[in-house]
Structures are given as structure tokens and as C-alpha cells.
Design a protein around this ligand. Structure first.
Ligand SMILES: [Zn+2]
Ligand SMILES: [Zn+2]
Length: 265
């Protein structure tokens, strides 16, 4: 009898990321929040129990190690541990790669690197791409909730050069409308579409639109277009890659940027 090559069951639910292959792709931090929610866990507990045991040696920052061991202690409200820092989730670092690998092993999903900026590695300078805080469009959250789609954060909102949601002509927010709290990329009990401090949903705030400048709209369009082709970027090999800002300002059209980044056919 022929032996079938059936992969083993995943340890965690093989949750499908939202918006994969589009400009509206979910971020890995958002995915972790939803994965934790699917298992009735705080995201901190998900990290502590499942992710960190697989990434321990790769998360070299000693502050993060100590934070992980302290994570199950009380009163984590005021704590923003290094291990929930953006560097472990969305950037092009080895730590992010380790996080992706751990989550891929736990969920049996091979495509989770597409929820980070890892595909840009070698094309642009490592530290020039992301803002260090959570940003969001409250109208996007509102639409997701109304349409019955899972509420999630988009990867494009983490880009330093993106100030505006092009779908709603709305400037991205980086602090809670209700408690003015700036949001780290993850907190111990972060939940999709909610303030990590006061817990109020982001979509209950002021949702008026405004007219973005030509440059703001253009940058958001270019990066959105790039995200929709994320899976076509092959590993970059430049020794001294330019900053993303330089790539954006030295090109004149979306086509030029695509040509400079995507592999030639
Ligand atoms: Zn929006
Ligand atoms: Zn708040």
C-alpha cells in the first residue's frame, strides 16, 4: 500500500492571515493577537507559552529574556517588555525571522514572513522602514467589524512613510482618541482594533476624512502596490542597500520602483 505524505497536525490553530497578496495585508503582530484570541489567551501568554520556547536563543536581547521570564507576574499594564518590541515582529531582523519560524512551526503556515518586512531584506536599509508605534485607521476597523470580517491591523500602517489610509482619505492615528496613549506594537493583552491601555475600540473615535497631500497619497499607493507583490521579491543581495525614503524619492512612478525592486523576468 502506498504511504501518504500527510503533514502532522499543527499545535496551534492554522489561522488564515487576512488580505494576503493585497495592499491590505495583515501584520504579523495583528496575526499574533488574533491567534491568541482564537485560543482564549492573552497575546503575552501566547508568547510566553508557545513562541518564546522556540525562539529563546534567537531573541538575544537580555532585557527581553528577563521580561519573558517575568511575564506571568502580576501588573503588566505599565510594562512594555522588549520582547513585544517591534523588532521581534515586523522588521528585517533575525529575531523577526525566528518569530516567523516559530509561528510557522506552531500553525504549519509557510507564508507568515509575508506579514512582515522580511521580503525587503537586502533591498532597503534595515532600520529605515518602520515606525516604532502602532498606527491605525479607525474607519478600516469600523468597516471590518460591520462587514463581519475579523478585526485586524494592516502591515502598511507600520511603514514610516505611510501617513494616510487611501481607502478612506483618513490620516492614521498613533495615539488613542480616548486615553491619548501611544501604542506599542504589542502589549501583554493587546487585542485587534482596541487600545492596549484603556481597552476602548479604536473605531468609536472621530472618523472624519481629510485631503492628503499628493506626496502622502503617492507614497501610500507605492507601498501598497509593493505589498501586493510581496511574494515576488526574491532575497536581495545589495551590500549597501538604500533607505526606503531614498528609493521613494529617487523614483518617479510606481513602475520605476517596481522595476528597481522586483527581479527581472
Ligand atoms: Zn481606512
Ligand atoms: Zn485608550
Amino acid at each position: 500500500m502506498q504511504k501518504l505524505d500527510v503533514p502532522g497536525p499543527s499545535k496551534l490553530f492554522s489561522l488564515k492571515p487576512e488580505g494576503m497578496g493585497t495592499p491590505h495585508c495583515e501584520s504579523l503582530a495583528s496575526y499574533a493577537m488574533r491567534l491568541a484570541e482564537a485560543h482564549c489567551l492573552d497575546v503575552g501568554a501566547l508568547i510566553y507559552r508557545f513562541i518564546h520556547p522556540l525562539t529563546g536563543s534567537a531573541w538575544k536581547d537580555s532585557r527581553s529574556q528577563r521580561s519573558v521570564y517575568r511575564i506571568d507576574r502580576a501588573d503588566l499594564g505599565s510594562l512594555t517588555p522588549a520582547h513585544v518590541h517591534i523588532g521581534k515582529w515586523l522588521d528585517m531582523s533575525n529575531e523577526t525571522q525566528a518569530t516567523v519560524s516559530a509561528l510557522a512551526e506552531l500553525t504549519k503556515r509557510p507564508d507568515l514572513h509575508l506579514l512582515t518586512t522580511l521580503p525587503l531584506k537586502g533591498y532597503v536599509k534595515k532600520d529605515s522602514v518602520l515606525r516604532f508605534q502602532r498606527a491605525w485607521c479607525p474607519v478600516c476597523h469600523q468597516e471590518q467589524r460591520i462587514s463581519g470580517q475579523p478585526v485586524h491591523d494592516l502591515l502598511i500602517w507600520s511603514f514610516l512613510d505611510v501617513y494616510v489610509c487611501r481607502r478612506h482619505g483618513r490620516r492614521l492615528r498613533t495615539s488613542c482618541y480616548w486615553c491619548s496613549s501611544k501604542q506599542p506594537i504589542l502589549r501583554f493583552w493587546s487585542q485587534p482594533g482596541q487600545c492596549g491601555r484603556c481597552g476602548i475600540e479604536f473605531d468609536t473615535e472621530d472618523t472624519r476624512s481629510y485631503g492628503p497631500t499628493f506626496e502622502e497619497a503617492w507614497k501610500a499607493d507605492v507601498i501598497g502596490d509593493l505589498l501586493s507583490k510581496w511574494n515576488k521579491l526574491e532575497p536581495g543581495k545589495r551590500k549597501r542597500p538604500p533607505t526606503l525614503e531614498r528609493v521613494l524619492t529617487s523614483s518617479y512612478s510606481t513602475g520605476d520602483i517596481m522595476e528597481s525592486l522586483l527581479p527581472q523576468q
